[in-house]
Structures are given as C-alpha cells and as structure tokens.
Design a protein around this ligand. Structure first.
Ligand code: LCS
Length: 396
C-alpha cells in the first residue's frame, strides 16, 4: 500500500507519491519493468484482463507497472483522476488536440504558446478541417470574443512561453464551460509544485516533463492528467491506439528526477527572483518580465493563482537583437540552449530558436519580439549567475 498522502505537504507528496509495484522483494526504488508484454495464467485470465473484468497488465503500450507508478505520482501532485505518460510534451499536446477536436470543430488557444503547440495546429490539424483562433488569453474579453458555437477546446499556457504573460485559469474555466468547451492548461512552466490548474477549474492539465518534472536535461517526455474518469478514459483511448506512449526506462528516469522536484523548483525560484530584480535595475536592460516582480502587469494574478513565481525570465537589452546576441554569446554559466526546467541555467533567443517556425507577423502580434531573450534559471549560486550576467552586459 502506498502512503496516505491526504493533507500532506508538497515535499512529502513529491517524495512519496505513486505506489511501488514491487511487492515481492521490497525494493525501495521502483523497479524498471523493461518488458513489452505480460504473460497470462491461462486463456480465461488473458480474456478477463483484456475485457477489464480483472486488473492486470497485458502490453506495455497499454500499461506497465513502472510507467503507471509515474502516472499515479504525477496525478497525485496535480489532484487529478488519472494520468497518461507520453513520449514527449508534443505527444501530449497533439493527443489532447486529437481527443477533443475534429472536422468542423474549433479551438481557442493562447497566442504565445510553445512554437510547435501552435504550428502543429496551424499546419497539421488544419489539414483535417480543424479550425483555430490563437489570441492573447491574458485578455479575457478576447477569449470570450473568440469562442464560437463549435469551440470544443480552450487551450492555454500560463505563464506563456516565452512572453511570461499569465492567463486567469479560473476565469477561463468558466468561459469554456459556459460554451460547452473544455479547458486544457499546459502547466509546464510552473510544474505541479507551483500551480494546480485542476484545482482552479481546468478539466485537463499537461506537461512537457522534459522540463521541471524530470529536471535533469536528459529525458524527453510528456504527461496528461484529467480531472474526471470520463476525460481520462477518452484521452487514454486516443493515446493507446495512436501509440505516443512513454517507455518503462524513460518513466523510471523521470520518476527518479521528480523526487527532487520541489527542492529544485524552490531553489530556481529564489535565484530567479534575485536575478529578475538585478536585471530590472540594470541600466543596459530595456524591460524584464518575471511574475515575481511588482512591475509584472499581472503580479496580483500570479500571487493569486500560483504557489510561487517560477524560474523563467524574459528580458530585452538596450540595443535589441544585437545587444541580446552579445549577452547570449558571452555568458559563461547559462548554456546557450533551448529547453528549460533542468538543474542548470539555459539561455536562448525565441525569435530565432524555439519560436522560429511561427510566421513573423503572428510572432510579433503575440509579443515575441526580435530582441526577447529567455533565461531558464537553474540551481547554481545566484551570486555567480549575477556576476556572469553583469560581465556579459558590460560588453554591450
Ligand atoms: N509545452 C511547453 C510549454 C514547452 O515549453 C514545450 C517545449 C512543449 C510543450 C513540448 O514539449 P517536448 O515535446 O519538447 O517535451 N519547449 C521547449 C522550449 O521552450 N525550448 O525547447 C523545447
């Protein structure tokens, strides 16, 4: 039996969530069930496992003890009914699109989502006559105006990648439900430690676990968590048959990484708050966006709907693109690489990297300016990070 986590704090829950399937040897670490298939006791047992009369594993694409332990753990952290681990964050995003959309149906999404979350809709799903509107969801009037009778999905990312704009999750849940649509939140930037969309009214939450949940920059993966049994069953059905599932070794690595999630997230956040304040006061900086700064236009919403401000900062230096390049090329501690949420700091240029595939006019409309630099703050000593940024900024 797993520990009863009801009423326990986030650190206890991160440490103990998910039942260890090893009842034979008592291993404390969850074993890797590196098998593609499972043996039945006899023909009737096999039939019962397949028709659901008896609980049992049948085939790893459909279920596996190591994968299920990870799914259970992350579901516990997000307060959901059930979770499904996926091969990547994009497998999670496209599986959600596939579950809720179809020919003649429409979605409303945050304009500044991760580049591929937008482009897979505009370039691939549109081929199947799915319609979409990407709008600034931080403006609730724009969300309301975009909803149509055939809108089945409201899809938001908050904080948005890379503008760090926030969207009011509870208000969007109300708008979606008033229109007979469901609300899906990409919670990648916050992790379940800092934000729990299902508790705020969302129906489904997803993560690229490549980021904070795994936290070690060595695995690509995703997860979807549904609030109700009905949504869980629908999404699981789509993923089981389309096949974008996670594998046992990948799940084991992610579960191992996840056990330190709350420590890493808190440490990154402390560093990010100090760095954001440092950047804001620096004469070579044009603007900084970080939810923990009072200057963030939605600082109050951040305080209300998040349990912390995270460790993602966007900024623009004076001198725009050229000034930004000087910073990117001269910092020594943050590595010049896309991705985020690992123990190490990473820095990148969204307009030419993560969001390069969005047409320029749409990108600028979404607030992803040419000079925007994004830094994912890691767990290093903040004094070292600050000194490093200082020397790079001095070169402008
Ligand atoms: N959702 C968000 C918010 C993301 O930032 C990403 C990837 C994805 C979904 C897709 O997840 P993946 O398939 O890569 O696991 N974001 C990236 C980024 O900002 N830099 O590199 C990848």
């Amino acid at each position: 039996m797993s520990l009863d986590l009801k009423g326990k704090g986030i650190n206890t829950r991160v440490t103990h969530a998910g039942e260890n399937p090893d009842s034979i040897h008592g291993s404390v670490a969850v074993p890797i069930y590196q098998t593609s298939t499972f043996k039945f006791r006899d023909a009737d047992h096999g039939a019962r496992c397949f028709n659901g009369d008896e609980k049992g594993y049948v085939y790893t694409r459909i279920g596996n003890p190591t994968i299920n332990t990870f799914e259970e753990a992350v579901t516990e952290l997000e307060h959901g009914f059930g979770g499904i681990a996926t091969a990547s964050g994009m497998a999670a995003v496209s599986s959600v699109y596939m579950t809720y959309l179809g020919a003649g149906l429409h979605m409303v999404g945050t304009d500044a989502v991760y580049g591929s979350s937008r482009m897979v809709m505009e370039e691939e799903f549109s081929r199947f006559d799915v319609d979409y509107s990407f709008v600034d969801t931080s403006d609730l009037d724009k969300v309301r105006q975009a909803m149509r009778p055939n809108t089945k999905l409201l899809y938001i990312e908050t904080p948005a990648n890379p503008t760090i704009k926030l969207t009011d999750i509870a208000a969007c849940a109300e708008i979606a439900h008033d229109h007979g649509a469901i609300l899906v939140v990409d919670n990648t930037f916050m992790s379940p430690v800092l934000q729990n969309p299902l508790e705020l009214g969302a129906d489904v939450v997803l993560h690229s676990i490549t980021k904070y949940i795994n936290g070690h920059t060595d695995v690509v993966g995703g997860v979807i968590i549904a609030k109700t049994e009905k949504d869980f069953a629908r999404i699981k059905g789509v993923i089981n048959s389309t096949g974008g599932t996670m594998d046992p070794h990948q799940s084991w690595l992610v579960l191992r990484g996840m056990r330190t999630l709350s420590l890493r997230v808190k440490r990154g956040e402390e560093n990010a708050q100090k760095l954001a304040e440092f950047l804001e006061s620096h004469p070579k900086i044009d603007w900084v966006r970080y939810p923990g700064l009072k200057s963030h236009p939605q600082h109050d919403l951040a305080t209300r709907q998040m349990n912390g401000y995270g460790s993602m900062i966007s900024f623009e230096v004076k001198g725009g693109v050229e000034g930004g390049k000087i910073v990117l090329n001269n910092v020594k501690i943050p590595q010049l690489a896309v991705s985020l949420g690992g123990y190490e700091s990473l820095i990148q240029h969204p307009a030419s990297m993560t969001h390069h595939n969005i047409p320029e006019a749409e990108r600028l409309e979404a607030g992803i300016t040419d000079g925007l630099v994004r830094i994912a703050v890691g767990t290093e000593d903040v004094e070292d990070l600050q000194a490093d940024l200082e020397q790079a900024l001095a070169l402008i």
